[in-house]
Design a binder for this molecule. Structure first.
Ligand SMILES: [Zn+2]
Ligand SMILES: [Zn+2]
Length: 306
């Protein structure tokens, strides 16, 4: 009897932390209105749309899949850190700014699995200096370091496109917690609604994982469509299985916690979107198997590889 009570007292909290309360919403409004996005980009000169998307991977690691997906006890989850380079005839657009060696060490699960590529990080820093625009999916530390700690902030400030919550969040990740004056002076240029960035490129708000979270919709010259979904989910399987992160991850990783109700709706809406637009390609920030698979298929290019 005592043993049974003890087991229950352990199993119930473990279930609550690792499995329960993590299903996607049964229904969701159209949070990712692709027809509106397509209409907003319809008049763009197709020859000026992006030609190619490149994965700029500066680090990788391996974590238990349960961290990314409630109830997924079996497999590992290979993680990727870095950003993307959207190559356009008018210059590149960078989306997210990865981690540096210091943050890689802090986040490493073990020295055996964690990998950081200083050459790739240096290329990200210099690429951003030549970019036409720099966007962030959100301002968590594993997405902003090449911006917040850029050694030459004056060279990236003119192309930095932020929403107000991202600008607020960016400062927490600078050295000493204070943005360099060149970045602090950057005005927010992304509002609450849809914002067109360049031919074939727009951002659309997606608050939930963080207050400044947004998605980036890109249509290439070829017509192939991509949606950069940041950390709404960490693995594509979250969308396929309609599961969000477990509560344990929320407690351990996020401060402040993400809005689980919003994420549940967004995962349902992404699932709906995948059925309405089956050729649309999702680019989550950290699902290494999915991203490397896309590079191997030639759908996106790999700038730096291990
Ligand atoms: Zn995040
Ligand atoms: Zn992240």
């Amino acid at each position: 009897m005592v043993l049974a009570a003890l087991l229950v007292s352990l199993i119930v909290p473990a279930w609550w932390l690792l499995v329960g309360g993590s299903n996607a919403a049964p229904t969701a409004p159209q949070l990712f209105p692709i027809e509106t996005w397509r209409a907003a980009l319809a008049d763009d000169d197709a020859s000026l749309r992006p030609a190619e998307i490149r994965l700029v991977e500066v680090g990788s690691d391996v974590a238990p899949r349960i961290a990314a997906q409630a109830g997924a006890f079996k497999a590992n989850w290979r993680t990727s850190y870095g950003g993307f380079q959207v190559v356009t005839p008018q210059g590149s657009i960078f989306i997210d700014a990865g981690i540096d060696a210091e943050i890689s060490d802090i986040m490493a699960r073990s020295p055996d699995t964690s990998r950081f590529d200083q050459q790739a990080y240096d290329a990200l820093l210099s690429g951003m200096e030549r970019a036409r625009h720099i966007l962030l999916t959100h301002a968590h530390r594993d997405h902003v370091i090449a911006v917040a700690r850029h050694p030459r902030p004056a060279n990236i400030a003119p192309q930095l496109r932020l929403n107000p919550a991202q600008k607020f969040g960016l400062g927490f990740h600078s050295k000493g917690g204070v943005l360099p004056p060149e970045l602090a002076a950057v005005a927010s240029s992304i509002g609450k609604g849809l914002t067109r960035i360049a031919p074939g490129v727009l951002v659309s708000p997606a608050q939930g994982h963080s207050p400044g979270s947004q998605v980036v919709f890109v249509t290439l010259q070829s017509g192939t469509e991509f949606l950069f979904i940041g950390d709404i989910v960490w693995a594509i399987s979250n969308i396929e299985d309609l599961k969000i992160r477990p509560r344990l991850t929320q407690v351990v990783v996020f401060d402040p916690n993400e809005d689980r109700t919003a994420i549940k709706q967004q995962v349902r809406a992404l699932s709906d979107l995948s059925m309405a637009a089956p050729d649309l390609i999702f680019l989550p920030a950290h699902d290494r198997d999915h991203l490397i698979g896309l590079t191997e298929a030639g759908t996106i290019a790999m700038v730096m590889s291990d």
